[in-house]
Design a protein around this ligand. Structure first.
Ligand code: ZN
Length: 324
């Protein structure tokens, strides 16, 4: 692919620079507005907060961030465009919908696969909701352990559109399951596996699973550093080093899955204010502040970490084939 759509227009993959592949500017779970106990969403305040967070990231040389918010979790590309403009960090948004249990399946449940493909393709070609802002990635998502019929329909639609448009795919997985099923569906529509980043593959201490994804040629997302309620960062670092030691450096992409602004609350947790106590190190600078230095202490070369946050990102978007 010779260009990537950012919220401020096309860029060459070689211009992306240092990048994080999975951070959220803004999230609102389906029905977020139904809980009157939660703090009201004040857009201007949220914008200021997001701009501040992305400016802090720039201090670590990060030039580009992928915001993989699916269309049914409050995706707001004009919000992202303002954050990008004010912070100086390029943002890449996505088209695609979330997994059945946590998204808004009502509409797409009634559509044929081809209708959903047409919608994704229209967003890529014409922009999102009249904004003219085009997504740079297709988001796919599966639930825990089983790909539902609904999810299979959406994944197939996204894979077809990836093949037609050359836009790569990024996924959500639950509990390190269904990564292989995602690869099957993506390659089944004629795409090479390296067009897919299998997200959240660091959710469990499971080197064999992570390695098996890379062996098939997919990118493997170690993209939840700081979310220590699912897995410890120590476990993630151990597994990341195992991948590098096993020769899979070029298959790795890293991030935090940070949510910078919430609309409403978080089911099961409550107010967004509670998050700070539960995951105190969940911030977009954590990789550079503590994780990378700790990995270097463990014997990983800094040059390999720099390679992962820059060259691997460039290669993923460019669609270059990989050694595995
Ligand atoms: Zn996410």
């Amino acid at each position: 692919m010779n260009h990537v759509n950012t919220v401020l227009g096309p860029r060459a993959p070689s211009e992306l620079g240092r990048a994080l592949v999975h951070e959220h500017v803004l999230i609102g779970y389906p029905g977020w507005f139904m809980d009157a106990r939660m703090p009201p969403f004040v857009r201007a305040e949220a914008l200021d907060r997001a701009v501040d967070a992305f400016q802090q990231l720039r201090a670590y040389g990060v030039q580009t961030v992928v915001d993989p918010c699916p269309m049914d979790l409050g995706r707001d590309v004009t919000f992202n465009a303002e954050v990008s403009q004010r912070s100086g960090v390029a943002l890449i948004s996505t088209t695609g919908a979330y997994f059945e249990a946590e998204g808004i399946p009502f509409m797409f449940r009634h559509f044929e696969m081809q209708e959903i493909a047409d919608i994704y393709q229209k967003e890529i070609e014409d922009g999102i909701g009249g904004s003219g802002i085009r997504p740079g990635l297709l988001k796919i998502a599966t639930g825990d352990g089983v790909v539902s019929d609904y999810e299979r329909k959406l994944l197939t639609a996204a894979a077809k559109v990836a093949k037609i448009t050359g836009v790569p795919l990024l996924s959500h997985t639950q509990n390190c399951t269904c990564g292989h099923e995602q690869i099957d569906i993506v390659t089944g529509e004629g795409n090479e596996a390296h067009r897919l980043l299998v997200g959240h593959s660091c959710g469990r201490d499971d080197h064999p699973y992570q390695k098996s994804l890379a062996e098939r040629g997919a990118y493997v997302g170690f993209d939840r550093f700081g979310i220590t309620i699912f897995n410890s960062d120590e476990s993630r670092m151990k597994n990341l080093k195992q991948m590098i030691d096993a020769g899979f450096r070029d298959s790795l992409l890293v991030s935090h899955d940070k949510v910078n602004c919430w609309m409403g609350g978080i089911p099961g947790i409550g107010s967004p204010d509670a998050v700070k106590d539960i995951v105190p190190n969940w911030r977009m600078t954590q990789l550079f502040e503590t994780i990378f230095p700790a990995l270097v202490e463990m014997g990983v070369d800094q040059s390999d970490l720099d390679h992962i946050v820059s060259e691997n990102v460039r290669r993923f978007f460019a669609g270059d084939s990989k050694p595995h």
